[in-house]
Structures are given as structure tokens and as C-alpha cells.
Design a protein around this ligand. Sequence first.
Ligand SMILES: Nc1ncnc2c1ncn2[C@@H]1O[C@H](COP(=O)(O)OP(=O)(O)OP(=O)(O)O)[C@@H](O)[C@H]1O
Ligand SMILES: [Mg+2]
Length: 251
Amino acid sequence: MVGLTQRVMAQIAKVTPPTISKCITQYEIKPVDIKNLRNMRYRINDVRTVLRHCIGKNLQIFKPVMAFYNFKGGVGKTSICFQISSHLAMMGFKVLVVDADPQGHLTTSFGLSNEKEYLTLYDIIENQMSPHDVIQPIFEGLDLVPSNLSLTRIEVSLNELPKREERIKIAFDPLKKEYDFILFDTNPSISHLNRNVIVFSDLLNIIVETQAYSINGLKLLMGDLDRFFHSMVMEKPEIFIIPNLALEKHN
Ligand SMILES: Nc1ncnc2c1ncn2[C@@H]1O[C@H](COP(=O)(O)OP(=O)(O)OP(=O)(O)O)[C@@H](O)[C@H]1O
Ligand SMILES: [Mg+2]
């Protein structure tokens, strides 16, 4: 993966370019290629050092497990999950991102095939494999649990397992010690799989399109979630509503 320039690092850290430059000198970091002096790029692991220095170490992590959710399709869940997970990893955090959608769009966004080449959440839940055997490294600081169509079979498995809403929590709880953040991209449905993700999440990011009918959908969604939390007798995760305009469909 090609690195970032000082200008982009300054934008991400919300500091001035000289602050970034000072930090680069302090850590004696060298650019990837010095031919293009105006646009020198720095390796991702060096970017992580600089950004962690400028911002990351001052941030308190209070919601380590988060999901991107809405039972409506095409609202931007995957796009936003992709951006936030990459962003957090570049900031120097250790991030695990889990593709919990059999469409595998997050997997392909990170450049991996969704053609049944990789193990998925199905192998962790049904075949009781360790998440470590399934995780694929994407770049320094960012790991992925990939997905493909074989993940659709997980619904049958979950239906038959005891504690069927808690299988992800059981499998992934030990990973909280290894990662600063664990993020889930979900499939657009009210599935057992999504219920598992919700039970494990500290924070639910509900992505909503900015148009009138979506607000009605949001009311239904919040009602369903309330009933679910009530039936599970669980503490509610924090909920963020993230408005998003999927421009492709509106142009
Ligand atoms: N803010 C945005 N600006 C422009 N295009 C966007 C934006 N958000 C999403 N899109 C586009 O809208 C389409 C749907 O986005 P995305 O795949 O992220 O949605 P999704 O909710 O994950 O869909 P699904 O429910 O099928 O998984 C994609 O082509 C994406 O590039
Ligand atoms: Mg998606």
C-alpha cells in the first residue's frame, strides 16, 4: 500500500503541516521515495507512528466494539465502515474489522476476493475455528475477517446453537484485549447474525439516508431494537444516527 503525504497527515490529525514535519524529524522517519520532493509519501507504519503521536495517544477509547447497521440496503454502511476502520488504523490504533455481510463488499473493498477463497465468520461460529485462523492482515494496524456467500449458511447454524444471540460475543470477547477497536459491517436484514453483532456491540452506528421515507424506516428500526433489547434483558449499546446521502442514487 502506498503511503500518505505530510499534508494529508496534517488534515487527518487536524494539526498544521509544520507540526507533522517536526514529528517526522523527531522520529527520524524517511519518505518512501524522495524523487517527488513536493509530494513525498511516508509508509503506513510511519504514518501510524506520527498520527498516534499527534492525536491517537490523547484519545480515550471508550467504545471499542461498534457496528454499522440498518436493515435497509444501500445506505452506506460498508462505505462508512471501510473509511472509519482504515482511518482508525492509520491513526495508530490496532483495528479488527469484521465483514458480517455474505455479499462480501467490505472484503472486496479491502482488495480481497469474495469468491470463497477465505474462511469467514461461519468457520468461527459453526466450525469453532479460532478467529486468528480466519483473520487476514490488510495493512499494519488493520486486520479483516473476510466474508463471502458461504456466510449465508450461518443463519441455520445459529438457529440450532444454544445462546444463539451470543455466539459472536463468546468467540470475539478475548480479542478485545488485542485490538483497540473491533468494527462490524452488517448485512441489510433482521438476521440472527445481526442480532449477535448487536449483542456484542458497545456502539451501534445506524446509517440513514437523508430523505423522508428513511425517517419512517428509522422509527420502525428503533422500535424493533427496543423490543430486542427488552427481550434480551441487556444493557442498551450507545446509538449514533449517521445521516448519509448516497449520491449515486440521487444524481
Ligand atoms: N456519501 C456518499 N457519497 C457518494 N456515494 C455514496 C455515499 N455513501 C454511499 N455511497 C455509494 O452508495 C452505494 C451503496 O453504499 P454501500 O455499499 O456502502 O451501502 P450499504 O448500506 O453497505 O449497502 P448494502 O446494504 O447492500 O450492504 C455504493 O455505490 C457507495 O459507493
Ligand atoms: Mg454493505
